[in-house]
Design a protein around this ligand. Structure first.
Ligand code: GRG
Length: 273
């Protein structure tokens, strides 16, 4: 499914012809610079498992999710936020082009995500539900980022940290899992939302562990970067964060064997940190 999504992504580059010397290139630059496509894989994995006849429509929704995710990374890397030079093993968008372009590319990807959903071949009710889930998750993500930026250098409690990361990272991962269920025609997708939130929190804990255990080359982005941040490792210590990771893994359970298998495979591949 990863390969299928990546071919779709390449074949659906955003066109923005104009006399701007590099805006169109910048718009597609970070989208085409790799990344794990974890959220797309999660969404498409659910559809492939539960209703493979909907996979073509799901590809466009997965593209929308990756556009929201990519915009958030481009903006997060800007000097006013994380001030990072490297992302996905390449220069960040503002370093490769310029800050104004990076800001505008993020804005464009944010809107383009919903254009993609509008073009997916979905029943109108399902399409509107997808817009509801993705737009809500994207605004939850921004709230998480606002908390993270405001409380940088201030120590938060474990509960506050969980709220921050459930918004910043958890909401979009949870939405990807839920979107897969909704596109597949699952009537009650709430369970997917709940399990997806745990998966999102796990994702963040593993990201925090990677920050202290991997080199810049291994991670494809700057590491040892979280020293002043509200990270799980800073609050719980490395061993505490690893214990929390293992506890969460044991709690990520869904009552469908094939979907559980999908989750177990993604966790094994990406989240054993
Ligand atoms: C700027 C509105 C706004 C939001 C930013 C998600 C986020 C919110 C910022 C990213 C900061 C960060 C490094 C969070 C840790 C978890 C995370 C989302 C890592 C990056 O996602 P991956 O690992 O990246 O899926 P790839 O490159 O594989 O897509």
């Amino acid at each position: 499914m990863k390969e299928k999504f990546e071919s779709f992504l390449k074949a659906n580059q955003i066109q923005a012809k104009s006399y701007h010397p590099y805006y169109e290139e910048a718009l597609n630059y970070m989208l085409l610079s790799g990344g794990k496509h974890f959220r797309a894989q999660l969404l498409l994995g659910v559809v492939e498992t539960l209703n493979p006849s909907r996979i073509d429509s799901a590809l466009r929704v997965a593209l929308g999710v990756e556009m929201i995710h990519t915009y958030s990374l481009i903006h997060d890397d800007l000097p006013v936020m994380d001030d990072s030079d490297l992302r996905r093993g390449v220069l960040t968008t503002h370093k490769k082009f310029d800050e104004v372009t990076a800001l505008l590319v993020g804005d464009a990807l944010n809107s383009r995500a919903f254009y993609e959903i509008s073009r997916a071949n979905l029943e109108p009710k399902v399409a509107i539900k997808c817009v509801e889930i993705l737009s809500f998750a994207a605004t939850q993500m921004v709230l998480g980022q606002a908390l993270d930026c405001y409380f940088e250098k201030k120590t938060l409690s474990y509960e506050e940290l969980k709220i921050l990361h459930s918004h910043k990272t958890g909401a979009l991962i949870s939405a990807s899992f839920e979107l897969g269920a909704v596109i597949s025609g699952v009537k009650d997708s709430l369970k997917f939302k709940e399990v997806g939130l745990k998966l999102g929190l796990l994702f963040q804990i593993v990201d925090d562990i990677i920050d202290v255990t991997m080199t810049k080359d291994e991670a494809g982005k700057p590491t040892h970067h979280d020293e002043d941040k509200n990270s799980f490792v800073n609050l719980l210590g490395l061993k505490g964060a690893q214990d929390e990771r293992d506890k969460l893994i044991s709690e990520i359970k869904i009552d469908d064997k094939k979907v559980q298998n999908l989750l177990d495979n993604l966790i094994e591949k990406y989240l054993k940190g």
